[in-house]
Ligand binder design. Sequence first.
Ligand code: BES
Ligand code: ZN
Ligand code: ZN
Length: 496
Amino acid sequence: MEIRIESQPYSSVSTDALITFVFDEDNKWGDVLGDIDRNMQGKLGQLASSGEIAGRSLDLSLIHFPEGLAAQRLLLVGAGKRDKFTTGDLRKISGTALRHLKSRGVKNITFLTREGFNGADAAQAVAEGLIVADFESDKYKSEKKNGKEIQSVGLAGFDSGLGAHLNVAIDHARVIAESMNFARDLINEPSNRLTPRMLAAKAEAMAKEAGLAIEVLDERKIAELKMGALIGVAQGSIEPPRVIVVRYAPESPKPGAPVLGLVGKAVTFDTGGISIKPANNMEKMKYDMGGGATMLGAMRALAALKPPIPVIAVIPSTENMPGGRAQKPGDVQVSMSGKTIEVINTDAEGRLILADALTYAKKLGVTHIIDAATLTGAIEVALANVHVGAFGTPREYLDQFLESTKAVGEKMWPMPIDDEYQEMIKSNIADIKNVGSGKGGGAITGAWFIKEFAGDTPWIHLDIAATCWVDDGRPWLAKGPTGVAIRSLVDFAFKL
Ligand code: BES
Ligand code: ZN
Ligand code: ZN
């Protein structure tokens, strides 16, 4: 899909569809909408009076052969209240428009922005929305539902005084959105087509293309490093585990630069192990490598956008299977850190593999950690599929990250990590146990377990179990993997 800045006046662009947006109090028809309405002899105004165009958020009105425009169609997307509208909302609007038109076989479209939203940020948001919306999960369908394809998009109404800045913004958008789609592709892969070894191979191919350094630890190296918690999970499977280490180093790091460590859970299939999961919905557990895919996607973007700090991703990958050698409830494992762990429930495997990955990341010299993991079903109970659960210490570090999430318009919510929850993972026979005693707080005790291995290193944990995959899809997003957290992580790497 080609995206370019349109140089012609929008009214003379012979496009299949001209897209713009309408606020709900827009009956005065400000800026370009006023012009379009005049061109159409007041017909938009009539549709508004009849209530058909009301500007409700993401309502769509498709008008064919609009008078006075060279476009074949005019698509008006509802934008809600103007005073609540942000640049970020442009992403949903452009994405919704693209999916609506694509499903109708439209090929070439033009997005016309409005007054107040014509800067480089806005162009970037529109372009991101388009590329993320264009992603489909049809890789394994013999008949692609889309012989339907958007071929080109023109962006009209942006501030031409910005010149090349607008093209830079579109390039940035492409890097970020394509990195999200790269992660989404990985998350979609079924576990027979994405074992830990295959994930490592795909990471290697990505790193090579992006110009990142990569090292993959195999089962021998993992044993040598005494990653007992990861080995405990992996021993139930015939597939060997891997730890994928990807490094970005800036050409001239800023003085005293921190080293950001991105740790991502990559369980390529989670059966639960001996504490086996019910059959219903178990197929979804192919996306239990979502945290690892997120970090690979973020690294891909960072390689192109070049923040001034070094970033190291550490991605532990394994299957969680109930094979003959599988660990059993009650087993005690010795983690790489030396801390001993009583495995109460083999289905709480994510925290086990993250434990060793955090220890290893610290050994590599990271000064700040962010982990992302499809860690708990409990985070869905707490926050539904709206917010990512964000844990962290010290609080200032978490708050700094939350600023990035707001800047890029990703919903994440700060969760408590008080000491009372630490009590709940004390074991009778080992240093800690892998599930909390007592009722409730499952996402928090899970986070506390990981925190035990972060120690004094500033640490953030993102529980993406309920947000990295959507069953229903959204008007601007296909069903399945969302690519959540990548935009925030990339923004944060420039601000740490
Ligand atoms: N991978 C699951 C968490 C999960 C659940 C991800 C639903 C995506 C959707 C994780 O390994 C797990 O099984 N967690 C257990 C922990 C429990 C045994 C303490 C859970 O949440 O039930
Ligand atoms: Zn599990
Ligand atoms: Zn899991």
